[in-house]
Design a protein. Structure first.
Length: 145
């Protein structure tokens, strides 16, 4: 099922587009366009650096009920074991919710949750204080049922 996620206010910012794309169920983002300058700016998304896409600052505004929840911002990177933590969490959350396409994507990832070396680097960086080391064990169990 596709979701429409309205992007209010700063909908033309690169990190707002990345935030919307990272939400479960969002496959496309269609920003409003007023003129050619908007088109040029929006096309810059494809060449934007990680820092421009980073929306982890949202963590400082997060309500306390978001604590422990991955929002796929990848602020936890770099993982010393080379894991794509945000994408792995996303596939896991979607698969748990019944998304078979996400469940099919997980085995195609280059590295899986069983490659986590439990170093704790990601946990020290998460804006939302995710318990990722325990989550990696959950993810591994889930996909190897
Ligand atoms: S705890 Fe696991 S997922 Fe997190 S940074 Fe270390 S190896 Fe990567």
């Amino acid at each position: 099922m596709q979701r429409l996620l309205p992007l209010a206010g700063s909908y033309r910012s690169i990190n707002a587009i990345q935030y919307a794309l990272d939400k479960p169920g969002v496959l496309r983002v269609l920003p409003g366009i007023r003129n050619v300058e908007d088109v040029k700016h929006l096309l810059g998304f494809f060449d934007a650096a990680e820092e421009e896409r980073d929306y982890s600052a949202l963590g400082s505004y997060a309500p306390t009920e978001m604590a422990g929840t991955c929002v796929y911002c990848n602020h936890c990177q770099p993982c010393p074991a080379g894991l794509n933590v945000g994408l792995m969490n996303k596939y896991y959350d979607l698969a748990k919710a019944g998304d078979t396409m996400a469940a099919d994507h997980y085995p195609n990832m280059e590295l899986h949750a069983d490659s986590c070396i439990q170093c704790g680097h990601c946990e020290s960086r998460f804006p939302f204080h995710v318990k990722q080391m325990a989550r990696m064990e959950e993810i591994n169990s889930f996909f190897n049922r």
